[in-house]
Write a protein that binds this ligand. Structure first.
Ligand code: LIP
Length: 262
């Protein structure tokens, strides 16, 4: 795709993310929100499904020949694929915690080339396209200049889907290495905060492509470092993520002991 193709898709992604954000806010903290468990610690709500339908219909109208892969409705293969998480941080959303995001990315040959992460509660829209830099509400952003673990605040994402032992061991190594560690329940927002320097790193044992496709591009376009998540069909397989400021990525990857390469 050329720059015009990328920009046209980025504009649609931004518009659909805002529309889906308004839709989600319509359900947020509402009475009788329907919640179903897809598995342990893996909820889906009526808001996820409504936002998913809205985003898919919008992509179909604008780019009928492109493929779509979404957390809630799966997908079909194509050279140009939209990778969608209608609500990232559904656990937070389902409990009325205002920390969730709409994530929409476009991938070409299995790698993200443009994308947005929208936090409707904070009215923040993060956007990036390959070679074009990263932005927050239209202003250029950059990862932090942290140079040592003891200067950092990082997020270590966790899901009970994969058991607590590995997470417990990982956070112990991170703390021992001097990192400041927190967990806040949305990989897409955590990675977006690495891209704008609010935090200095993010790591998680296992995520799906829809959680990280847009946000990983934000980090690399903002001058941060992120592992090669999309190598070898990462789009379908998923895997670990380690992202951070360039000055601390090596220490973060080593302390996390997740099997990643930059
Ligand atoms: C969530 C991620 C979170 C992870 C959860 C889940 P969802 O995405 O944002 O970091 O720990 O297991 O994958 O399911 O809310 O879109």
């Amino acid at each position: 795709m050329d720059t015009a193709d990328l920009e046209a898709r980025l504009d649609i992604a931004a518009a659909l993310a805002r529309e889906a954000g308004r839709c989600a806010l319509g359900f947020f903290r509402g009475d009788g929100l329907r919640i179903r468990l897809k598995g342990r610690d893996d909820p889906v709500t009526a808001a996820d499904l409504a936002a998913d339908d809205l985003i898919r219909a919008g992509i179909r109208r604008a780019f009928a020949r492109d493929g779509i892969l979404s957390e809630e409705s799966g997908g079909n293969d194509a050279d140009i694929m939209w990778v969608v998480d209608p609500i990232d941080g559904t656990h937070n959303f389902s409990r009325g915690i205002a920390r969730f995001a709409v994530s929409i990315a476009v991938c070409e040959n299995g790698r993200p080339v443009c994308g947005v992460v929208h936090d409707p509660a904070a009215d923040e829209l993060f956007s990036a396209r390959v070679g074009g830099g990263a932005f927050l509400n239209g202003r250029a952003i950059a990862a932090s200049a942290a140079a040592a673990p003891t200067e950092t605040l990082i997020e270590a994402g966790y899901s009970a889907k994969f058991g607590w032992q590995a997470y417990h061991a990982m956070t112990g190594r991170l703390l021992e290495a001097g990192f400041g560690v927190r967990q806040a329940g949305s990989a897409a927002l955590g990675l977006a905060e690495v891209a704008c320097g609010r935090i200095d790193g993010y790591c998680e044992e296992r995520l799906e492509s829809w959680d990280v496709a847009a946000a990983s591009l934000l980090v690399s376009e903002a001058g941060g470092v992120v592992n090669d998540f999309f190598a070898g069909d990462g789009l379908r397989r998923g895997g670990p993520i380690v992202a951070g400021a360039a000055g601390i990525w090596n220490e973060l990857a080593a302390a996390s002991a997740l099997s990643v390469k930059a």
